[in-house]
Design a protein around this ligand. Structure first.
Ligand SMILES: Nc1ncnc2c1ncn2[C@@H]1O[C@H](COP(=O)(O)OP(=O)(O)OP(=O)(O)O)[C@@H](O)[C@H]1O
Ligand SMILES: CCCC(=O)O
Length: 352
């Protein structure tokens, strides 16, 4: 079996090729300034396509015929977790950004394009709109405005499965709190295989992150709009791309933040502490939502490589449960594993 997995991030395109049971990783980072030249995410398709072709050629796989191509799924309509075939409707929803703009919208678009040349199926797995929220978690506090589920579903579920199995159980029995800490931060309550509550990491909900604002006081937003400091468009962009650490320090790389802290930079220290404080509060609130029944708290994503961060979080939340760190992400593995389950007939691809 030869499976291509495509994982477009905000500033990177990662690919994985599953070849005779072995996973090959490749990909590249894109300059933030280059990404900023594209007004819409779907306009990056050609640039990302060329990058993937280049990577495949470097691996000697430029002319390969794949058995399946699978991409990280984006902001389509809310769905339950699983593997979905990229049908025409799904493709069109990714292209128009029916639920908004996110780099992962390109995953299914590019998967379909590569699948066409191999004459095989294209899939997405656990897209960012996986919605398994409990009814009560949907209430925002204002009729007509609902909380919604937009999070790192692919990595959160992949890591949660691994941790549950490592603890000798299954994902469908476990109660876990998973904090994915990357460019965005989402913290989910996984209750017996369902993510019953999670912050919408993209649109102003939850802890602030390297480039996202997280929850904001409503009166501050109203005032900023009234004073013309933002338009609705520029506010949406700021909240999702230029909020959080970036808004305080003008950088998004947490390694650089920590380097500045070591030099005694008090602004960097405060911005870092504020982020950790908000992550800890989010974990605590989900522990209460799970009535304290938490088998483990899992810290994952790029920032989980920082022991300074993971230790600071552990110090505050260890009273709730054991803390397991799984640095980085397993999105490419989760994508190929999903496609493989379908190809082997172990799981049926869902219809969108
Ligand atoms: N060793 C490290 N120490 C501290 N921070 C790190 C380390 N390695 C990566 N990071 C930080 O992790 C963040 C990126 O994480 P990740 O790679 O998960 O993000 P992404 O894939 O771009 O976005 P997302 O995970 O939100 O989809 C950056 O802020 C980066 O500085
Ligand atoms: C995956 C949705 C949240 C984010 O990108 O931060």
């Amino acid at each position: 079996m030869l499976i291509l997995a495509i994982d477009p991030g905000s500033t990177s395109t990662k690919i994985g090729v599953l070849k005779e049971g072995e996973m090959i990783h490749a990909g590249m980072d894109h300059d933030r300034n280059l990404i900023d030249t594209f007004a819409e995410i779907h306009e990056q398709e050609e640039m990302r396509f060329a990058c993937i072709m280049e990577e495949l050629e470097k691996l000697g796989l430029g002319n390969s015929r794949f058995d399946a191509v699978v991409g990280r799924g984006g902001l389509i309509r809310p769905v339950s977790g699983g593997v979905y075939k990229v049908c025409d409707t799904l493709l069109s929803d990714l292209k128009t950004g029916i639920s908004g703009s996110h780099a992962s919208n390109l995953g299914g678009i590019l998967a379909r394009r590569f699948a066409a040349s191999s004459n095989c199926d294209a899939f997405i797995v656990d897209p960012v709109v996986v919605d398994e929220l409990d009814e009560v978690a949907r209430l925002s506090g204002l009729a007509g405005i609902e909380r919604n589920s937009i999070f790192h579903a692919l990595n959160q579920k992949a890591v949660a499965r691994r941790v549950a199995e490592d603890m000798g159980g299954t994902y469908h029995e476990a109660h876990l709190i998973v904090a994915h800490m990357g460019g965005g931060i989402t913290v989910g309550a996984h209750k017996k295989g369902r993510v019953v509550d999670v912050n919408n990491g993209l649109n102003g909900d939850g802890p602030y992150a390297p480039e996202r604002s997280g929850s904001l006081p409503v009166d501050g937003i109203v005032k900023a709009l009234e004073e013309g400091r933002y338009t609705t468009d520029s506010l949406s962009r700021t909240v999702s791309r230029e909020g959080g650490i970036f808004s305080y320090l003008g950088i998004v790389d947490v390694r650089e933040v920590e380097r500045r802290m070591e030099e005694g930079d008090s602004e960097a220290t405060l911005a870092w502490k504020g982020m950790v404080y908000q992550i800890v509060k989010e974990i605590g609130s989900l522990a209460a939502a799970l009535a304290g029944e938490v088998d483990a708290i899992v810290l994952t994503g790029g920032m989980a490589h920082s022991t300074r961060i993971t230790e600071a979080i552990k110090e505050k939340v260890s009273f709730i449960s054991r803390v397991v760190t799984v640095p980085g992400e397993f999105e490419l593995e989760a994508l190929t594993e999903g496609a493989l389950r379908v190809l082997k007939g172990e799981e049926e691809a869902k219809r969108y």
